[in-house]
Design a protein around this ligand. Structure first.
Ligand SMILES: Cc1cc2nc3c(=O)[nH]c(=O)nc-3n(C[C@H](O)[C@H](O)[C@H](O)COP(=O)(O)OP(=O)(O)OC[C@H]3O[C@@H](n4cnc5c(N)ncnc54)[C@H](O)[C@@H]3O)c2cc1C
Length: 483
């Protein structure tokens, strides 16, 4: 049995006065939503309408579905109904890591879908390439930068993990550089970086709220009608079994033959789908723009995304104006499993993040935070989105992106359109599309299970990554909890 040792975040803790001073001027607001140019506000649905396709939800999944539906068939009439405003939820407040992976990372993909992993890897890469082309062709002004990302070891036992798979030819086709401590620190300087792996091809960075608003603009230009402040309360058949569906809001309804549910972490409009995901809150800090001198002190010439390798990991990146986004580590499931803005101001999580920021970048001790925010992640037990249809194939849905949906929602939109078209494609044949994950148990069992899992993951981070029996049992059952 491996003895418990403190993690790097516990071995070197910055002065608590520095942490509170650095947070003192921060506002509880989403930087990305503040920075993105506003879109013309969309009208509310106030009178009845008809369409060929109604998309419920104006996050990435709903917006990509609308855009790609028009691309497939420009004559199809498409309506998007959004409960609040386009991109206000996860899509407007995430880290902006746009990854090729459609399996929530390579390890999760290989473990769960070993026989189709290579295909999933290829499809994910093709999806990222297609997304990059769409950014150009649709003129999506979203600060898209294909910088790759640097995964860093911050504990000695993580160093060998960086080369795992590379020697056996796994991860092939990509451009990966394993860097020693000096080479890692030459990229991004931190005294706690022991080694790194720069995956150059499979990750792009973007401004998330801009992507959502620009997708809405592109959708409108293609003829999609978008209604905001129009929460859908029910989707019903209008009469005959194969007849059109009525998508109701409080004030009016849209009648359409086909419906896509793209409601993310929010309660599913299909009752049977409700136990499939739980909301997990992730917390984020954004600094003020670094001065030229502060930027020199950290390097970061290649502007990669940055992550560390623990179970409880951080994601870190630069914005276009050289602020540092520092998020992750705490992934909080609140008992009861509800989505609520009251969970967003969590001082303990922000203080922990600020403390870890100064442990990682002690040379930036004069930097202050301008924004702090949180968002809810639609976690499912296999961490990668699942798909379903109902109403004889006229209603399709996807959720459960579990913290890796910026790129994967575009792939999912293609899957949903394939499913509605009723055509067999390479995508619809995939096990990842045909099979669903196990649901979570009802509350309070989920809250107890999540607390046990989190404690076990924390324990593993203190014991050289060694997983205890509880985690091994979950692994064997294909069940998990992540953000
Ligand atoms: C803090 C945070 C950091 C993240 N970082 C990353 C990252 O770096 N990289 C990455 O790949 N992923 C990341 N993610 C995950 C990523 O943001 C999501 O997977 C993605 O945005 C999901 O898009 P979506 O369209 O499914 O959901 P959402 O963006 O949540 O959109 C769903 C929409 O549906 C609407 N809606 C819900 N119910 C109804 C209804 N009844 N009627 C009408 N409208 C309704 C909601 O108002 C909402 O606008 C992060 C998430 C969070 C919260």
């Amino acid at each position: 049995m491996v003895a418990a040792t403190p993690t790097v975040w516990e071995r070197s803790t910055p002065d608590p006065a520095l942490v509170s001073e650095a947070l003192a001027g921060s506002e509880q607001r989403v930087f990305w939503l503040d920075e993105a140019p506003p879109t013309p506000s969309a009208e509310q649905l106030t009178s009845g309408a008809t369409a060929d396709l109604v998309v419920v939800g104006g996050g990435y999944l709903g917006l990509w579905t609308a855009v790609l539906a028009k691309r497939r068939d420009p004559g199809r009439s498409v309506v998007v109904l959004e409960a609040e405003t386009v991109g206000w939820a996860a899509s407007g407040r995430n880290g902006g890591f746009c990854e090729a992976s459609i399996t929530h990372g390579e390890e999760n993909g290989r473990n769960r879908w070993p026989s189709e992993y290579e295909q999933l890897h290829r499809l994910g890469r093709e999806n990222l390439d297609a997304l990059a082309r769409d950014v150009d062709e649709l003129g999506l002004d979203c600060h898209f930068e294909r910088t790759g990302s640097l995964a860093v070891a911050v504990e000695p036992h993580q160093v060998p993990w960086l080369s795992e798979g590379l020697s056996e030819g796994l991860s092939e086709g990509g451009h990966h550089d394993v860097l020693d401590a000096a080479a890692t620190r030459a990229e991004i300087d931190s005294p706690i970086f022991l080694a790194g792996r720069w995956d150059r091809d499979d990750v792009a960075l973007l401004q998330p709220a801009r992507l959502a608003r620009e997708l809405a603009r592109a959708a409108r230009e293609l003829g999609v009608r978008i209604f905001e402040h129009s929460a859908v309360t029910a989707v019903e058949r209008s009469g005959a079994r194969s007849g059109p569906q009525v998508v109701r809001t409080a004030r009016a309804a849209v009648t359409a033959q086909q419906v896509v549910l793209a409601t993310g972490v929010f309660p599913s409009l299909l009752r049977r789908d409700r136990l499939m995901t739980v909301p997990v809150y992730d917390y984020v800090l954004m600094t003020e723009p670094l001065t030229a001198e502060q930027k020199r002190a950290v390097g970061w010439e290649h502007r990669q995304g940055l992550t560390d390798l623990a179970n409880q990991f951080h994601y870190i990146r630069l914005s276009a104006d050289d602020r540092v986004l520092f998020g992750g580590y705490d992934a909080i499931h609140h008992a009861g499993g509800r989505v609520s803005s009251r969970y967003e101001d969590r001082p303990a999580s922000y203080e922990r993040l600020a403390s870890h920021f100064f442990t990682m970048f002690p040379q930036l001790e004069d930097v202050r935070f301008s924004h702090r925010w949180a968002g809810a992640i639609d976690t499912c037990t296999r961490f990668a989105a699942y798909y379903g249809t109902a109403r004889g194939g006229d209603l399709a849905y996807a959720r459960g992106f579990t913290g890796l949906g910026v790129g994967a929602t575009r792939f999912a939109a293609e899957v949903l359109l394939d499913l509605l078209a009723g055509t067999e494609t390479e995508r619809t044949q995939l096990e990842v599309v045909r099979r669903k994950p196990l649901p979570f148990p009802p509350e309070p069992a989920t809250a107890v299970g999540v607390a046990l899992t989190k404690a076990s993951l924390d324990r593993a981070d203190h014991r050289q990554g060694q997983r205890n029996l509880f985690l091994k049992a979950l692994d064997a059952a294909g069940l998990g909890f992540d953000s």
